[in-house]
Design a protein around this ligand. Structure first.
Ligand code: 13P
Length: 287
């Protein structure tokens, strides 16, 4: 079922667990995430960055693929199709394409402009039944060419944005997209606790889920994180399994070059990573 992310995240916040957002890149990715969510009876959020949307031939192609796959695979768990780090224009494109959830990342604008644009999108999303994520304080690292310095969010600015009526809030707490560098200082739980106190029942979003140690994930959930984004880790699992298949010469045996065979180990590896994360986040059986 394609649904807005609001209900699943409100339930997660109240139940002290988190729903995973897994970014998708192609048909195999999408199928792997959906089948794992169904098998584990977990709600799930499919994240689509603007770059991945372009790669997959546009947001409409993605929305139609996801809706048809949900029908064809008989997926009954709640699934939200969510724009990841959307630009102002990208948000409108996804609303039109049939996404059920969007993130407007106005963190690079001055706070007044972030507030004004987020406010406008709150009204549009409320009218159309989509959920909306906003961001304050940028996430570090690089994703699809968008580079963030990773500063910690100002809790007062978080409250300003939360009070506009968004459904979830991404607050920078020292998290970084991609692999964490060896000298990473870790998540700022001080910032997270201060933001949490300001925004009350608002579900918080932790970006850069790849490579955050388990104890930090659990602590973040205990302090109000209800959505955790994972992208790079599935890419690394997929690439490692594909490399092993080719290095073992399996593509040269029989019809091992058939894409359905060639990509199968990578797909299984994505499923294993998604399963591991859903277990860690506590969303198994919460559909
Ligand atoms: P990672 O690629 O570090 O897992 O981050 C994903 C993310 O935050 C998507 O918005």
């Amino acid at each position: 079922m394609l649904v807005s992310a609001k209900e699943m995240l409100d339930k997660a916040k109240a139940g002290h667990y988190a729903v995973g957002q897994f970014n998708i890149n192609n048909l195999e990715w999408t199928k792997a995430v959906l089948l794992t969510a169904q098998e584990l009876q977990s709600p799930v959020i499919l994240g689509v960055s603007e770059g991945a949307g372009k790669y997959m031939c546009g947001f409409k192609t993605v929305a139609d693929m996801v809706k048809n796959m949900i029908n064809e695979l008989k997926i009954t768990v709640p699934v939200a199709l969510h724009l990841d780090h959307g630009s102002y224009e990208g948000c409108y494109k996804c609303i039109e394409a049939g996404f059920s959830s969007i993130m407007f990342d106005g963190s690079h604008y001055p706070i007044d402009e972030n507030v004004a644009k987020t406010k406008e999108l709150v009204a549009v999303c409320a009218e159309k039944g989509l959920s909306l994520e906003a961001e304050v304080g940028s996430i570090g690292g690089e994703e699809d060419g968008v580079v963030g310095m990773g500063e910690c969010a100002d809790p007062n600015e978080c409250k300003m944005i939360a009070d506009l009526g968004v459904d979830m809030l991404a607050a920078g707490i020292g998290n970084i997209h991609g692999k964490y560098p060896a000298n990473w200082a870790g998540l700022s739980f001080e910032t997270l606790a201060a933001v949490s106190e300001k925004v009350g029942a608002m579900p918080l979003v932790l970006h850069g889920g790849t490579g955050i140690p388990e104890d930090m994930i659990k602590k973040a959930i205990s302090l109000g994180v209800s959505k955790i984004n994972v992208n790079t880790e599935c890419q690394l699992s997929f690439a490692a399994a594909t490399r092993a298949y080719i290095e073992a010469g399996k593509d040269l045996e029989g019809k091992g070059f058939d894409p359905r065979k060639l990509l199968a180990p990578g797909v299984e590896a994505i499923k294993a990573t998604v399963k591991e994360k859903m277990e860690l986040f506590g969303s198994v059986g919460k559909a």
